[in-house]
Design a protein around this ligand. Structure first.
Ligand SMILES: C=CC1=C(C)c2cc3[nH]c(cc4nc(cc5[nH]c(cc1n2)c(C)c5CCC(=O)O)C(CCC(=O)O)=C4C)c(C)c3C=C
Ligand code: FE2
Ligand code: FE2
Length: 362
């Protein structure tokens, strides 16, 4: 192990605080080679696929990475935006907007974003922050519900960057905010606004990304946190249990995942004569393949093909004002009490002179 040589600390250079928004990641292009690169990194993470490497690697490289990239690329092509992958476009926009909302004791807080898989990597953004003399970094995963498969994997990436660095910044990590009142409020307002325009459905389906069921029995709080988010949101909207349903989507592989599964549920609702369904994905804060293709396209078809009459997908929080305000509050709550270095003597002198000019007693 060797640590990089680094420039000596530049005395007098302002030390900075930064918030790094971390999302899952996405391919660079809707093409099979880009998907192969992305999925190879993603699916090799032992946090994501908990199968011993000797058993998993032959399946990943021999089967999955030969077949899935072409199929997935076509799906990505159907949702790609002129500026790029929706997940990246929205995450970048959230970072840009959040920059305008944050300020700490007169010190500006830098805001950047990174992806756990693909680009811009967490390591590359931490390098950039360090080069700007950032000495405090708040890691804010864009996952409201904690899961070992996602949140903990972001922490792993930060630690693996840290292993090669001589002079480390201080870190703080946001673990979860599934019940944060401003997050719940932003979701409620999203839905209420949608209902003001389109009217209320017969059933609101709240679909969360799934994880293997085994992780629940092994102690992952994800399932409970999804249900708590849903219950708080339903309370806030005045829905009783017959008016909404919590489901889990995106099952991968043959093992059992959290149930009930989203698509079969939509099919059953259509078959049971439920006429109108709205779907929202409260665990995703940025629209992406899993929401725009799997729910808004495939989910809609499942419901309509089974006899349902109207299906509306309610978009993610994306760049909604209430959501960025919630992110700012979450960041500020975690930045609170973080000691910042005493002001430079020159700044203190200028401050004193301003105070004297304003009539303060010396
Ligand atoms: C293989 C197991 C997977 C686990 C466990 C998993 C957990 C998990 N994922 C998200 C959020 C997202 N996942 C997305 C895509 C995606 N997820 C998996 C697999 C697992 N996810 C795959 C193979 C893919 C790739 C898409 C495909 O080929 O079908 C995305 C969208 C990314 C995008 O580019 O749009 C998100 C977001 C969470 C929150 C989570 C656990 C809680
Ligand atoms: Fe996923
Ligand atoms: Fe999917």
């Amino acid at each position: 192990m060797s640590f990089r040589s680094e420039p000596a600390h530049t005395h007098g250079a302002p030390e900075a605080t930064a918030v790094l928004l971390c999302n899952l990641g996405t391919p660079d292009a809707p093409t099979a080679p880009a998907l192969r690169r992305y999925l190879a990194e993603f699916l090799a993470d032992p946090r994501v696929v908990e199968i011993p490497a000797f058993a998993w690697k032959p399946i990943l490289h021999g089967i999955i990475l030969r077949t899935r990239p072409t199929k997935s690329a076509a799906k990505y092509a159907s949702i790609w935006m002129p500026e790029g992958s929706p997940l990246r476009v929205w995450t970048e926009k959230q970072a840009k907007l959040l920059r305008g909302y944050l300020g700490e004791r007169g010190q500006p807080v830098a805001v950047d974003f990174a992806m756990r898989y693909g680009q811009p990597s967490i390591a590359s953004r931490l390098d950039a922050l360090k080069a700007r003399n950032t000495t405090r970094v708040l890691i804010l995963p864009l996952y409201p519900q904690y899961s070992g498969t996602t949140t903990a994997s972001v922490v792993d990436a930060v630690h693996s960057w840290a292993r090669g660095v001589r002079r480390l910044p201080e870190f703080r990590f946001v673990n979860q905010y599934h019940d944060h009142p401003m997050y719940i409020d932003a979701l409620a307002q999203r839905i209420a606004h949608h209902w003001m325009v389109h009217g209320r459905p017969d059933r609101l389906v709240m679909s969360f990304h799934g994880v293997p069921r085994r992780t629940l029995t092994l102690g992952d709080p994800y399932h409970c946190q999804c249900h708590k988010t849903a219950r708080l949101l339903a309370d806030r909207l005045g829905l009783d249990e017959s008016q909404y349903k919590v489901t889990f989507q995106s099952r991968f592989g043959r093992a059992e995942w959290l149930q009930p599964y989203t698509e079969p549920t939509l099919h059953e609702l259509g078959k049971a004569g439920v006429k109108r369904v709205d779907a929202i994905c409260p665990g995703f804060v940025s629209d992406c393949l899993e929401t725009l293709e799997e729910i808004a396209m495939e989910g809609r078809q499942a419901f309509l093909n089974a006899g349902g009459q109207e299906f509306r997908y309610i978009p993610c929080l994306n760049d909604q004002h209430e959501w960025i305000a919630a992110l700012a509050a979450i960041a500020q709550q975690h930045l609170a009490g973080w000691p910042v270095p005493a002001a430079e003597p020159a700044a203190l002198k200028a401050q004193r002179e301003r105070a004297l000019a304003l009539g303060a007693k010396s």
